[in-house]
Design a protein around this ligand. Structure first.
Ligand code: SAM
Length: 218
C-alpha cells in the first residue's frame, strides 16, 4: 500500500481514521476502501455524515461480520468518532474525514456497497443552497453505481422540506430504485427510528421523524 494516504502516514488495517485530502488523486485510479479493514471480504456499509459515530458504535457491535465506513467532513466530529471506535476496539469500523459525495463519486469502485446510511443529513433550507444537499440526481446515479444489486440507501430526516425533496427524488428514480419501508436497525432503542445522536437530541422536542429505504433494482 502507498505511504502517505492516512494522517498517520500509512494506510494499514488497524488505522482508525483516514483523511480524504491525503488520498491519491482520482486520476491515479479508484481505490477500494474494503482494503482498509482487517478482513476486506466482509460485506461493506457506509454512513454519510456519521457525526460523533453513535450509529456506527451501536450497529457495528451488532453486525460484527460487516465492515462499516463512516464519512464525516467536520474534523472535530470525525476525530471524536474515531476515538470512540478505538476505545470500543471495533475492528470493523473506520472513519474517513472528508466529503462523502466526492469520495463516492471520484474514488469508489463499482458495485460493492450493501447499504448507504444517510441519517439527518443537513437540510440546506434556502433554495439557493439546495444544490448542497447530499441527495441529487448525480448522487443517486453514483449510489446506484456503487451499490450491489439490491443494495440499499436508507434515509431518515426530521425536516419537512428535505423529506419532500427525498420523495420527489424517489419518485423520479422509481425505475431504478424500489421504495420500501424503513426497518429500524438494532441501533434503535424502543420507539426510536435509528438511534443516532441527532435523533436522541431532538426527539424530546416531539419532532416527527420520517424514513425510507431505496433498494437498487437489478
Ligand atoms: C445533522 S448532522 C447528523 C449527524 C448524525 N448522522 C446523527 O444523526 O447524529 C449531519 C452531519 O453530516 C455531516 N455532513 C454533511 N454533509 C456531508 C458530506 N457531504 N460529507 C461528509 N459529512 C457530511 C455534517 O458535518 C454533520 O456532522
Amino acid at each position: 500500500m502507498s505511504a502517505g494516504l492516512s494522517r498517520k502516514g500509512s494506510l494499514d488495517p488497524g488505522d482508525w481514521e483516514y483523511v480524504l485530502a491525503d488520498l491519491p488523486p482520482p486520476s491515479e485510479g479508484r481505490i477500494d476502501p474494503r482494503n482498509w479493514f482487517e478482513d476486506p471480504s466482509r460485506p461493506f456499509e457506509l454512513e454519510i455524515g456519521s457525526g460523533k459515530g453513535t450509529f456506527l458504535v451501536q450497529q457495528a457491535v451488532l453486525q460484527k461480520a460487516t465492515n462499516f465506513l463512516g464519512i464525516e467532513w467536520a474534523g472535530a466530529y470525525a476525530h471524536h468518532a474515531a476515538d470512540r471506535l478505538r476505545r470500543h476496539q471495533l475492528n470493523n469500523v473506520r472513519i474517513l474525514l472528508g466529503d462523502a459525495t466526492e469520495f463516492i463519486t471520484h474514488w469508489c469502485p463499482d458495485g460493492f456497497i450493501e447499504v448507504v446510511h444517510l441519517y439527518f443529513s443537513d437540510p440546506w433550507p434556502k433554495k439557493k443552497h439546495h444544490k448542497r444537499r447530499v441527495v441529487q440526481d448525480e448522487t443517486l446515479d453514483q449510489f446506484e453505481r456503487v451499490l450491489v444489486t439490491s443494495g440499499e440507501l436508507r434515509i431518515v430526516t426530521d425536516h419537512d422540506d428535505l423529506w419532500e425533496w427525498y420523495e420527489e427524488h424517489a419518485a423520479k428514480y422509481e425505475a431504478r430504485f424500489d421504495r420500501l419501508e424503513f426497518d429500524a436497525p438494532g441501533s434503535a432503542g424502543p420507539s426510536e427510528v435509528v438511534g443516532t445522536n441527532y435523533e436522541r437530541k431532538f426527539r424530546p422536542e416531539g419532532r416527527t421523524f420520517r424514513a425510507m429505504t431505496l433498494r437498487k433494482r437489478s
